[in-house]
Design a protein. Structure first.
Length: 76
């Protein structure tokens, strides 16, 4: 499983970064593009959790990518 985070960089771009990696997997001009990429990377690596941070740096959404292990067991 592969967990990813989507965060805003100092230059205003958004990055999709695998947890524990030293460099971003990809950099995007929008948060939506970075989130879509992170979900794709996670799915290609056996699923996992994607955490999406807002402009303040606080996590605003978490998505479990199949076949990851969703701890809440509810759809949505």
């Amino acid at each position: 499983m592969a967990d990813y985070s989507v965060t805003k960089k100092n230059d205003g771009d958004w990055q999709a970064k695998r947890d524990g990696a030293s460099k971003a997997s990809s950099v995007h001009s929008t948060q939506a593009d970075a989130a879509r990429a992170a979900k794709g990377y996670s799915a290609n690596n056996g699923g996992g959790e994607v955490r999406i941070s807002g402009t303040s740096g606080k996590i605003r959404a978490k998505d479990t990518v199949k076949p990851g292990n969703d701890p809440r067991h509810i759809k949505g």
